[in-house]
Design a protein around this ligand. Sequence first.
Ligand code: KG4
Ligand code: ZN
Length: 353
Amino acid sequence: MKKKIILGIESSCDDTGVAVVEAHSDGSFGVLANSITAQNHTETSGVVPEVAARHHAIAIIPTIEQALQEAKKSLEAIDVIAVTRGPGLIGCLLVGVETAKSIAATRNIPIIGINHMEAHIASTFVDHPQIEFPVVSLLVSGGHTMVVKMNTASDYELLGTTRDDAAGEAFDKVARMLGLPYPGGPEISRIAEGGDAFAYDFPKPMLKDKNYDFSFAGLKTAVLYHIRGKSGGGSIQSKESASLSNQEKADIAASFQESVIQVLVTKVHKAAKEYDAKTVLLGGGVSANKTLQLRLQHVITTELPGTQVVIPSSGLFTDNGAMIAVAAGPRALREEYDKWQEVRVDPRLKIGV
Ligand code: KG4
Ligand code: ZN
């Protein structure tokens, strides 16, 4: 069996991720190391691009060294370098791409530029190497919300996307309103466990629209006005939630989460039905949300019994180097490389191109 050892490098947002992955010609993968240097943006309640890029510049070489050490491999053993070239924050992407290109050029190692959103899809292939097509994917991260159809492993069709805020961004902003630290998604889901998801009937934007597009800005504003109403006005900062009881906060978090999940699951179910999907795939940081996972599994298995739901295994939800290496697997095995001189960052890189 043919195999390629791939060094995967991810730096598109606020996690420096480096992995060493073995890609096998039977479609299986072995993750030998998946090192992450996470950044802390709690003080600014979000990622400041310039600051994030500087953190990547500091972290990238130590994270590469850590991954190689953990995998017990030297650079000589690496067959291919895979690196995220977009979409993402330009300064952050440049750190990963220029580091990858320097290693590729000086060590004469082939390189492959990777689309970050395609890699979120690929993150599920580690545990599900034999996926059945057509696939309908729901990709939900801090920067993107997408429904993507695939007829084969390399053919992507964007069915719908967000018109304003991404799902993860809405989680982060509502968390901030409730005085919770960044990233807000895990915090909202944590306090939502003690809340009533039907306490407040927040809007479910575009739920009944015929397309597969999303919009979460209005929902976020509805939550803000609700908090203002309860706390008697104030700024958009966490202060205004200070007068809310913990139970009220939990109810707001659970009801907000319910609105987002209802919209996401309804739309992906509709797409899976329309396109006779054999597989519904969930990817991106928000896919770590247990309530979303369970609801998606429940709706698809009851409404579309012939359709399998695949979800990344833990450690592969949020940004990481392994998903970048896995996404490069098929091309690495076919030895379809890029010229290092031609690997360019594209902050707005579209899926499927
Ligand atoms: O994919 P990712 O790591 O980075 C981007 O490509 O954007 O996604 C990060 C996003 C953040 O907005 C974070 O709040 C959200 O994923 N997230 C969650 C959960 N864990 C992370 N959102 C909801 N529930 C979670 N458990
Ligand atoms: Zn991501």
